[in-house]
Write a protein that binds this ligand. Sequence first.
Ligand code: FAQ
Length: 315
Amino acid sequence: MKDFDTAELERKFQEKIDKDIKIEPKDWMPDDYRQTLIRQISQHAHSEIVGMLPEGNWITRAPNLRRKAVLLAKVQDEAGHGLYLYSATETLGADREQTIDDLHSGKAKYSSIFNYPTVSWADMGAIGWLVDGAAIMNQVPLCRCSYGPYARAMVRVCKEESFHQRQGFEIMMQLAGGTPEQKAMAQDALNRFWWPSLMMFGPNDAESKHTAQSVKWKIKRHTNDELRQQFVDVTVPQAEMIGLTIPDKDLKFNAETGHYSYGEIDWTEFWEVVKGNGPCNKERVDARRKAKENGEWVREAANAFAAKRALKKSA
Ligand code: FAQ
């Protein structure tokens, strides 16, 4: 049973949340609130960092200088997002080194979407348009998250993601309006990335174990299914506009509800990918682990330099 003081602190905490007053790092918060945020923000940070890999794969093969510069900038932005988010977990008391080790040991989750391969240039268009598009749909409400540092980080992240979405859509639009081969390449990328993009929003509401509490704490402002529906409603007309076909024979506009109804997501595939059995899970985690090992000498040199400088100052 909770003692009187804890119950009172919890009541005041929820009162603040209900009044939309931000919770800041030094404020009292229930341990479960802290743990939920560390879990979500660290998974989000890992997604940004692992998310650099599928696109990084195409930087050397971008079709021209302009596309290369844009893609390079986008991938660097994702690195920045990861760094803000790791810092946000530190404000909650998480140890950064441990957080990163959890990714490398396979213990921590990151978004399922980044375990799919990028096999053609059109995949850069599909990722920007669909993956960043889904990320924005999910992250704009996070700008109003009850935890101050996460909410503030999301404002800048969303501005950058919105540029990413546009550059992706522009690639798709050009390919779809190009030669028959280019259009086929764009359609193929859409076919492969459509369903995994819908999976980014997480399990159905009935299966989502964290949503109810996270909505009560205003960490999440919408449920997984609500955001997925918004994404479908916005994206289907965009595909139609550029002459591409969404790979879902059950997709239908319902004039009564004003929404598109869509086919059943393959939840077996989703959970397999989340469990580590997707097409690229092993490759992605290995790449991150190797990057840390390869950077060891840089960290050693930086530490030695800092130690030498500190010694000089104290002399
Ligand atoms: N993949 O109860 P729920 C990006 C896990 S950033 C893997 O519904 P919750 C930018 C979930 O963690 C993309 N695991 O959980 C970019 C939980 O596991 P746990 C990432 C998933 O937290 C673009 C379990 O299933 N965005 O793309 C997935 O309430 C281009 C039960 O699920 C964020 O992280 C999944 N798709 O809702 C970068 C946004 N879905 O911990 C590069 C912040 C669920 O109990 C290139 N996160 N799981 O073992 C969120 O909004 C939420 O955490 C959700 C999941 C909506 C992802």
